[in-house]
Design a protein around this ligand. Structure first.
Ligand code: NAP
Length: 206
């Protein structure tokens, strides 16, 4: 997503919703590698960890981040997995000279205690906003699936970067197969950043 949507260059201001999550932390890692200045949201309990990774976190329980981003000249790129109302908010913090809004999920309702909603109309609106004549902003909806030609080579490349130590993936919590129901119940609670991992076998067993 960092390499195939907006072109990230050194010194750009990037805003990432959910810096502390699996995808958010990955975006943070790759945007920092491009020399960007990374802002975003996370629970206060996770601020120390994302600060240590080089980001400037805000809390998502209020909208102070919108005022703060606009006061510093807006974001050149926003990565937003929440969708719905959040895409309007993200659009409103893009840099006046032009920014890029990348949507890649639609969890706004669920994360705020509501029911899932169909996102089709919202995705159409997001894409249409990026086509407004003379508007300097761009938009896209990004997704990956295993049938894409790029999936396997990019996954191999990422594992290569992991093996060589070029990137690190923090593990929020490791579960065993028998603990999967508990993992589903509590995956997003408690302290920690990065990925939740299910261990399917002992090392060397597969
Ligand atoms: N397009 C694709 O191909 C693709 C692929 C994978 C994932 N996704 C999407 O990416 C999103 C994130 O997935 P993930 O695996 O990274 O999830 P995750 O690890 O659970 O991370 C969720 C993030 O959301 C934050 N969060 C929790 N409640 C929130 C709220 N009310 N408002 C704003 N942020 C909140 C969490 O912050 P704290 O933990 O600090 O509270 C955390 O940073 C999902 O929407 C998923 O559907 C899309």
């Amino acid at each position: 997503m960092v390499c195939r949507t907006a072109t990230i260059t050194a010194g750009q201001r990037i805003f990432i919703h959910g810096l502390s999550g699996s995808v958010g932390y990955g975006l943070l890692t790759f945007c920092k590698m491009q020399g960007a200045i990374v802002y975003g949201t996370a629970s206060e309990k996770n601020h120390a960890a994302v600060r240590a990774a080089g980001a400037h976190p805000f809390t998502y329980s209020n909208k102070d981040w919108m005022k703060a981003m606009n006061e510093m000249g807006g974001a050149h790129v926003v990565y937003d997995p929440l969708g719905f109302e959040s895409w309007d908010e993200s659009w409103n913090i893009l840099a006046p000279a032009g920014g890029y809004l990348v949507g890649y999920g639609g969890n706004y309702n669920v994360l705020n205690g509501g029911e899932p909603r169909s996102q089709l109309a919202q995705v159409a609106k997001l894409i249409a906003k990026g086509l407004i004549p003379f508007c300097p902003n761009k938009t896209t909806f990004f997704y990956i699936d295993k049938d894409q030609k790029t999936f396997e080579p990019e996954l191999k490349k990422l594992f290569g970067m992991l093996e060589s130590g070029d990137v690190q993936v923090p593990i929020r919590k490791m579960w065993t197969l028998g603990e999967v129901p508990e993992a589903h119940r509590t995956w997003n609670q408690g302290l920690g950043v990065g990925a939740v991992v299910i261990k399917v076998a002992e090392d060397g067993e597969l």
